[in-house]
Ligand binder design. Structure first.
Ligand SMILES: NC(=O)c1ccc[n+]([C@@H]2O[C@H](COP(=O)([O-])OP(=O)(O)OC[C@H]3O[C@@H](n4cnc5c(N)ncnc54)[C@H](O)[C@@H]3O)[C@@H](O)[C@H]2O)c1
Ligand SMILES: [Zn+2]
Length: 692
């Protein structure tokens, strides 16, 4: 579609936009990205500006929001609710200020607005009618509008925005939201308006649960919040952990009372907002008042802080502070003239999948990655997104050539949240599960939802494993980074994992990019790890699924024997669930020789090593201990040491406790142990006993 629409294109654009709006506002299940919606909206708006006599009364520019759902009772707002005019960049913002300036100067001609009538319009931000006016800036939370009506301090009703005049009555559901006060210290009638939102964290948890229960996922927190508010069963709403953030007021029958509460003769919009936390609404994480000149800089600041907010932001809202001027400026067809929304770049785009590349990771898991045309998302071009696993593809029914919504929130990798199935044209191709490894062509194995390459010497696995093995928190081999690992594996200088320890200077110094010194340094740093790295680093370096740094440290307390422990024994280690124990056990079982070989080469340093005999024949074997007070070592560490001696460490003192280990500042546990006559072991005694 070209930028300028003809009449028939205009009519079909209106139809298309109405369809998007219906899915968004009424069904809480969008079929387009916000960016697509906004772009089409802009085209329609342009057409209507050029053809003011040919505006389709059904055009989305002519109304606010969507239809009211039949399932709910209807309720009228005492004062109309509005949409906001959007601006997308600094240019748009200046144009918006210019429009406002013109409106102000028209007003000024017809009535005396300001004391100083001599101001001449020069530059919008420097020397104009509005240059010295204050604007209130608040985050634009992406949720669902809600209008709360309070009478004589009591919450009477909660109504969705609906079409701006009439909305759905959702009072019962609103009462389940903790951040909506049931009473406020205001006598008379007042409408408090705000956004019902779902935090990014709660949104993730909700979708994870839905995924587990095989329910469809919400595309974004906005739709989840709206869908949760428009539930007939309030119990369901209560489960969703929604929040309410106030952003303004509507009808108010006693402005004098507000002035009194604010201790001012005359209140502005900012003053009113500042009263709301005193009414019991959530305090504002961010709220500012400033002159136009400073707004662009502030926008950039808030944009940079965007990810730090608990809730999703899609822009910030600029509202003229002076309430009398607000009233005089009035409204367009659907939005106030005195406010606008300065939108943030979209974090959601529509992409079309061109192909799938299966990628092999460290653990051998084959991950499908979708490729698509480079597309701008939140300031960066992206062309790939992980589809996580083949089960996920099946569940979402993702196919090659499908159009999908792709969302980036926080620093998380972009996620495909929805397949836009109504855009299918029959050319979509099913994504097949790999039957062999895409890198080494070895056959694959299946475990749970994952597909693995079962060749331990697969190039792809060796590469990612070696990169992990050499990394800082593992064997810490200086100079052995990603590109060198890839080069060595590609040149077949490394075929098996342990080959890095058999690399010679002669192998390296002729390679591209290697000078004599660099080659020698690398050999030195590889050889330097022999007999010179703690056991926990070695365990961590093996790259076992679910076994990270902390778990590796715990395991290392058991010495080399840890590799021979049974699944049951591993499960008993404090903080180890079945999943971790199983993963470690399976790995050791499958890779016995590999581990023995590596240990012989590397000879990891074992800080505390105990034989099986030692573990069974000591003061702590099979004893129940409780630790209390503060120690030189962390409690976590002490616990692991005691467990490595076969003790069981619990958290509360009872008759079943054998020893109480006490550090400094021991409290009620020590008293209880003494009452029960238990053996108490002080830190120093423990050190002597264990030689630590
Ligand atoms: N993806 C789709 O299919 C689709 C369809 C329809 C609309 N949309 C999106 O919705 C936007 C238009 O929707 P709209 O008109 O409902 O809302 P809007 O973006 O015009 O903004 C008005 C709303 O912002 C909310 N808001 C949040 N914080 C606020 C604050 N601090 N002060 C004042 N208001 C605040 C209020 O609920 C208010 O009603 C479009 O720009 C588009 O991005 C998307
Ligand atoms: Zn492979």
């Amino acid at each position: 579609m070209s930028n300028i629409l003809d009449n028939s294109q205009y009519q079909s654009a209106v139809q298309q936009l109405n369809l998007y709006a219906k899915h968004y506002y009424e069904l809480d299940d969008p079929i387009a990205s916000d960016e697509e919606y906004d772009n089409l909206y802009k085209k329609i708006y342009e057409y209507e500006r050029n053809n003011p006599n040919n505006i389709n009364p059904n055009s989305p520019t002519q109304r606010v929001g969507g239809k009211v759902l039949q399932d709910f009772s209807k309720n009228s707002h005492r004062k109309r609710m509005w949409s906001l005019e959007d601006v997308f960049d600094n240019n748009d913002l200046l144009q918006w200020f210019e429009k406002l300036e013109n409106a102000l100067s028209r007003l000024q001609k017809s009535q005396s607005l300001f004391d100083d009538n001599t101001i001449q319009y020069k530059s919008i931000l420097e020397d104009s009618l509005l240059a010295k006016l204050h604007f209130c800036i608040s985050p634009k939370y992406d949720g669902m509008s809600l209008n709360l009506f309070y009478k004589n301090g009591k919450l009477q009703s909660a109504t969705t925005r609906g079409d701006g005049e009439i909305g759905e009555l959702v009072t019962q559901n609103a009462k389940t939201i903790k951040s909506i006060p049931q009473t406020i210290p205001f006598h008379g009638g007042i409408e408090i308006r705000g956004e019902v939102v779902l935090s990014k964290k709660n949104f993730d948890t909700l979708n994870k649960e839905r995924e587990k229960n095989n329910q469809s996922l919400f595309a974004n927190p906005r739709n989840a919040a709206a869908g949760s508010m428009r539930q007939l069963d309030s119990n369901l709403t209560a489960e969703r952990k929604l929040d309410f953030i106030a952003w303004g007021i509507g009808y108010c029958d006693d402005m004098q009372q507000l002035c009194k509460l604010a201790q001012k003769n005359k209140v502005g919009f900012y003053d009113i907002l500042m009263l709301l936390p005193e009414f019991g609404f959530e305090s504002f994480v961010y709220l500012e008042s400033m002159i136009p000149k400073n707004i662009e800089k502030e926008y950039q600041k808030v944009l940079n802080m965007r990810e730090d907010f608990e809730f999703l932001l899609d822009g910030f809202v600029i509202v003229l502070d002076d309430l009398e001027l607000q009233e005089k400026l009035g409204f367009t067809q659907k939005a106030p003239r005195y406010a606008c929304a300065y939108k943030f770049p979209s974090t959601e785009i529509v992409i079309q999948i061109d192909s799938i590349s299966p990628q092999v990771g460290r653990t051998g898991i084959i991950t499908p990655v979708a490729n698509f045309k480079p597309t701008l998302l939140d300031g960066a071009y992206i062309s790939r997104a992980t589809l996580h696993n083949y089960k996920e593809i099946e569940r979402k029914d993702i196919r090659i050539h499908d159009s999908c919504l792709l969302v980036r929130s926080g620093d998380v990798i972009p996620k495909i949240t929805k397949v836009l199935t109504d855009r299918r044209n029959g050319n979509e191709i099913e994504i097949l599960k790999p039957t062999q490894c895409p890198i080494c062509h070895h056959s694959v194995s299946y475990e749970d939802i994952f597909i693995y390459c079962s060749n331990p010497n697969c190039d792809a696995i060796i590469k990612t494993k070696l990169i992990h093995f050499a990394s800082k928190k593992c064997m810490n081999i200086e100079g052995l980074g990603k590109s060198i690992v890839e080069l060595l594996v590609d040149l077949k200088l490394i075929i098996q994992f342990k080959d890095i320890y058999y690399l010679h200077y002669e192998n390296l110094f002729q390679l591209e990019g290697f000078k004599e010194k660099k080659a020698q340094n690398l050999i030195d740093s590889i050889q330097g790890t022999i007999n010179n790295r703690e056991l926990w680093r070695f365990i961590h370096a093996l790259g076992i699924l679910h076994i990270g740094e902390v778990a590796s440290k715990k395991l290392a307390y058991y010495g080399i024997e840890i590799f021979d422990k049974s699944f049951e024994e591993l499960k008993e280690i404090n903080g180890f669930g079945e999943e971790m124990a199983q993963s470690f056990y399976d790995f050791c079982h499958r890779n016995k020789e590999f581990i023995i070989d590596l240990i012989q080469i590397i000879q990891p340093v074992i800080e505390i090593s105990r034989s099986n005999k030692e573990q069974q024949e000591n003061l702590f074997a099979k004893k129940t201990c409780v630790i209390t007070g503060t120690f030189e070592k962390s409690r976590e560490e002490l616990k692991a040491i005691l467990e490595s001696y076969g003790a069981k460490v619990t958290s509360s003192v009872s008759v079943k406790t054998d020893y109480l280990i006490v550090g400094e500042k021991a409290g009620s546990k020590l008293q209880k142990a003494q009452e029960l006559g238990l053996k108490v072991i002080a830190e120093k005694e423990l050190k002597d006993l264990l030689g630590i």
